[in-house]
Design a protein around this ligand. Structure first.
Ligand SMILES: Nc1nc2c(c(=O)[nH]1)N[C@H]1C(S)=C(S)[C@@H](COP(=O)(O)OP(=O)(O)OC[C@H]3O[C@@H](n4cnc5c(N)ncnc54)[C@H](O)[C@@H]3O)O[C@H]1N2
Ligand code: MOO
Length: 394
């Protein structure tokens, strides 16, 4: 059995180079920028009024001013600033050269065309040209685009961006006992939940997912389903990974030409994980126990899908204070479903008592996976421990 860190490195090595795709900003949320985006604008493109009021010259302080024009957003004033003059101006309008202040109208008195500044503000209320960004400024490659990034790119007059194509992920559940949600299970059958959960985890990090038919526990059925995934960037199999007579995924994958990167890792849950390359399609074979498959999806599949899109910052670990005492750990790195809260103002993490790898209800209540390295010593309440946040992309 190899360590979780070693396994993760081997999984990430299966990622092909990201494939570029040019898309409009309206579809760019959450996508990973592959090439820097270069601004085609300086913002603001002119010195702009930040208040509704009057533009005037500080050299004229203390004088009564003659109002000689008006500038509104989208409607510049074309005259030139003369001593002793002011213009009416509105927020967003270009401040003509020569005027170096805008006073908000609440601080002025106007009588006909004559203006008195009754109280001068501290600031100029002028946003100087380029104070936000300049033409040729860049938004660097490698970032996952946020709503704020999309606003910035739009303001930069960059209507399209080069992002990584969404990896195509095919997901195959296997097992004679499985039926789809909504079907009526016969004796001995259960509902297939893992493939939908794994698809959701893959979508969370930008994948385009396809659910393959549920494969029966026969080599023929598995082979057929493997064949359906041949155009995918990544094939995820679920179940059939262990040592039982009906656990045939590894055997069939090997016969079809899987170059195996590893099988079995020192991890709990998730020991029978396998990974490899199948004629250019990366493959992850997840264990069937529902929590094992989702935890492996979180720890291996999500970073792999991110890496396929050129994302580099893959470390998700954070720290919190332990809420209870814990006994010493065994020889596998243990991921415990846990609840996060605050105690004495400190983020605190407390694992659930029940940790069996079939319990989806506990996983759904959990906010985090507490990470305990293999062979970890007994831990006391109050110690700082590492965890991975659950639920939510990024
Ligand atoms: N003799 C041994 N037995 C087992 C070992 C072992 O080391 N020696 N390891 C155990 C561990 S740990 C795990 S994890 C499981 C993994 O086994 P498989 O990957 O072969 O999974 P299955 O046997 O197919 O299923 C296990 C369990 O999960 C349910 N399942 C499977 N697929 C789904 C699905 N899509 N949705 C919901 N539930 C699913 C399945 O019905 C079983 O109950 O092996 C242990 N055994
Ligand atoms: O590793 Mo299994 O995944 O412990 O249940």
């Amino acid at each position: 059995m190899i360590s979780v860190d070693e396994a993760l490195q081997r999984v990430l090595a299966l990622a092909p180079q990201p494939k570029p795709e040019l898309i409009g900003l309206e579809n760019a949320l959450g996508r990973i920028l592959l090439e820097p985006a270069v601004s085609r604008m300086t913002q603001p493109p002119f010195n702009a009024a930040a208040m509704d009021g009057y533009a005037w010259r500080s050299a004229d302080a203390g004088q009564s001013l003659r109002i000689v024009g008006e500038a509104a957003a989208g409607h510049p004033w074309t005259g030139t600033a003369q001593p002793g003059t002011a213009i009416r101006i509105f927020t967003g309008a270009a401040v003509p050269d020569g005027f170096d202040r805008v006073e908000m109208q609440e601080n002025t008195r106007r009588e006909g065309d004559l203006l008195t500044i009754t109280e001068a503000s501290h600031g100029t209320h002028i946003r100087s040209r380029g104070c936000d960004f300049a033409e040729a400024d860049e938004l660097p490659a490698g970032r996952r685009l946020t709503a704020a990034d999309i606003g910035l790119l739009a303001a930069m007059n960059v209507p399209q961006v080069m992002v990584a194509r969404r990896p195509k992920v095919a997901i195959m559940a296997s097992g004679d006992e499985l039926v789809r949600p909504g079907d009526t299970p016969r004796d001995g059958q259960i509902i297939s939940s893992n493939d939908l959960a794994i698809a959701a985890l893959a979508q969370e990090v930008g994948a385009e997912t396809t659910l393959l038919p549920i494969a029966a526990d026969t080599e023929h059925s598995l082979r057929e389903c493997f064949h359906m995934a041949r155009d995918a960037d990544l094939l995820i199999t679920i179940g059939g990974a262990s040592v039982g007579d009906h656990d045939l995924v590894g055997k069939v994958a090997a016969e079809l030409g899987l170059e195996r990167a590893f099988y079995k890792i020192a991890m709990r849950p998730g020991k029978p994980l396998m990974a490899g390359d199948l004629h250019g399609t990366a493959m992850l074979g997840l264990p069937g126990n529902p929590v094992s498959s989702i935890v492996c999806g979180k720890i291996f599949m999500q970073p792999l899908i991110r890496r396929m899109q050129g994302f580099t910052d893959l470390d998700q670990t954070r720290k919190a204070m332990l809420g209870v005492d814990l006994v010493a750990e065994g020889n596998r790195q243990h991921y415990l479903r846990a609840k996060l809260d605050r105690q004495d103002g400190q983020p605190t993490i407390t694992p659930f008592d029940r940790q069996d790898s079939s319990l989806l209800s506990i996983l759904s209540q959990a906010d985090a996976l507490l990470v305990r390295p293999s062979g970890d010593r007994a831990r006391a309440k109050g110690e700082m421990m590492e965890y991975l946040p659950l639920h939510g992309g990024s």
